[in-house]
Design a protein around this ligand. Structure first.
Ligand code: MCA
Ligand code: AMP
Length: 464
């Protein structure tokens, strides 16, 4: 355990979530009780609310060497059934009384009040799967991304070096604890670096202002909302580093944030499958519209559609390929999808279109597919939302795209051919009944037909 998250003793507060705190000794004590309870399981799910119990449960899984499957707490019944079934999680960890189990859910283990464990478990090997994070693809249900302990350690150490992240920092954020950003960087990163964590519950501007952090994390929507509350934004002037990621930070937000706080934000880029690979550095330049240079140990290159190399001239766009010790171990149960995501020589195809300057600075200019949407920093697959819409008995055809949204970056917008009498509200509610809140369409356009090409395929670029 010590290999991944550092020492297990210490009386000072190590983590605080929404006003409740635990010292390192308390956290690891409670986590070892969880570990004793779940040791030997093939995988455990965690009802991943923003809470101390989620942190205890995840650290418990890591201590036991049991892969942890964070379950988004607002996931709809379809998503939940898919994640639990596909991952094969045999237990579900949750705060006492926080999870209402369904008839086919695995047994629920409350993480509170477990008896202290006297046993010490051997540290799992570095190539063992630490986390299985479910993330949307362009089609179908989310895929389970296998993330090893070694990948997490490599990724966090590279970030610590780039950001001069030390135990003197206080990490502050209010991001969800079921994705790389909030969980791997925001919790495991703080524990590995030895810096206390203040999780604000939700990432509201006034909560960021009150957190007293030195190293703040946020998605662009969080930073944009902070700038709309200048009093709260100014309170971050005393911080050391403001870091933005998970989606493009609009240049005007970069500039407003710099003017209000005196900090030019550090942007960084990554994916669930690669962890964070590119970043601006604490001791270096910060350029609006750019995500920085590769972290130590990471290689990047650009490829044209036919796979041929694209020059790194700062202008010519190509698909960004990444080779790195932080890469995932594949998609669970999906060897074809795993094979398709990698070149024969082991470069991961990000699906993002980028330009790389001669000085190594990277600019993300778009995505190869219109079928992945980023809304509020959440990755949403058009196909999953389309399937939820098509499950409504009155829907005949559906096409989902991302359209620009001032606050969220992109919003989910649906075009639907439906029977008479089917309303926009009914369709939004139908998606809400199956999937997480952020996957609901913000707008549904009821249309007579969808634009199709000669092959009968919907031409999404002609929507909107
Ligand atoms: C939403 N609402 C709706 C609809 N959609 N109401 C009606 N119809 C709809 N279609 C409601 C919501 O339920 C909510 O209601 C209210 O509108 C506001 O929702 P929203 O605008 O979405 O904002 P929010 O709930 O305040 O959330 C914004 C957020 C959130 C906090 C920025 O999107 C967020 O936490 N994003 C972070 C995602 C993230 O961590 N991504 C990392 C993955 P009510 O207020 O009543 O609830 S990326 C990653 O891990 C990589 C590796 C990386 O690079 O970091
Ligand atoms: P996820 O797997 O949810 O982390 O989503 C990964 C995707 O988020 C990437 O493929 C990018 O499209 C996008 N992304 C992450 N960070 C940035 C960033 N700093 N700038 C632009 N896009 C980003």
């Amino acid at each position: 355990m010590t290999d991944l998250l550092g020492g297990e003793t210490g009386a000072d507060e190590a983590v605080r979530v929404d006003g409740r705190g635990l010292s390192r000794a308390e956290l690891f004590g409670r986590a070892s009780a969880v570990a004793a309870e779940i040791a030997g399981a093939g995988a455990v799910a965690v009802h991943a609310t923003a809470s101390l119990e989620t942190i205890v449960a995840v650290v418990g899984g890591l201590t036991a060497g049991v892969p942890v499957v964070p379950l988004p707490p607002d996931s709809g019944p379809d998503e939940r059934a898919h994640i639990l079934g596909d991952s094969g999680a045999s237990l579900l960890l949750a705060a006492e009384g926080a999870y209402e189990p369904g008839p086919s859910d695995p047994p629920v283990v409350p993480v509170d009040g477990l008896p202290a464990s006297g046993t010490t478990l051997a540290p799992p090997p570095g190539d063992a799967t630490a986390l299985i994070l479910y993330t949307s693809g362009t089609t179908g249900a989310p895929k389970g991304v296998l993330i090893s302990r070694d990948a997490i350690a490599a990724g966090l150490d590279a970030l610590a070096e780039a950001w001069a992240w030390t135990p003197d920092d206080v990490v502050a954020h209010g991001l969800p604890l079921f994705h790389v950003h909030g969980l791997v960087l925001g919790v495991l990163g703080a524990l590995r670096a030895g810096s206390p964590l203040v999780h604000t519950g939700r990432p509201r501007p006034e909560a960021y202002a009150a957190a007293g952090g030195s190293l703040y994390f946020g998605v662009p929507t969080v930073w944009s909302r902070l700038c709309d509350d200048p009093g709260s934004a100014r309170a971050l002037a005393g911080a050391r580093l403001l870091v933005s990621g998970s989606a493009p930070l609009p240049v005007p937000v970069f500039e407003r944030l710099a003017a209000l706080t005196g900090h030019r934000p550090v942007e960084r880029y990554g994916m669930t499958e690669t962890l964070i690979t590119i970043s601006a550095r604490a001791d270096g330049d910060r350029r609006p519209g750019h995500v920085g240079t590769p972290l130590t140990g990471v290689e990047t290159r650009l490829a044209a559609e036919d796979g041929s190399p694209v020059p790194h001239d700062g202008e010519t766009p190509g698909e960004l390929l990444v080779r790195s010790p932080t890469l995932f171990g594949g998609y669970l149960n999906r060897p074809e999808a795993t094979a398709a995501s990698l070149t024969p020589d082991g470069w991961f195809r990000t699906g993002d279109i980028a330009a790389i300057g001669p000085d190594g600075w990277h600019r993300i200019v778009g995505r190869a597919s219109t079928d992945l949407i980023k809304s509020g920093g959440y990755r949403i697959g058009a196909g999953e939302v389309e399937n939820a819409l098509l499950a409504h008995p009155g829907v005949r055809e559906a096409a989902v795209i991302g359209t620009p949204h001032a606050d969220l970056g992109e919003q989910v917008t649906a075009y639907v051919v439906a029977d008479a009498g089917v309303t926009e509200r009914a369709l939004i509610d139908a998606v809400a009944g199956r999937l997480s809140a952020h996957k609901r369409p913000r707008a549904v356009h009821l249309v007579e037909s969808l634009p199709r090409n000669a092959m009968g395929k919907v031409v999404k670029t002609r929507l909107g």
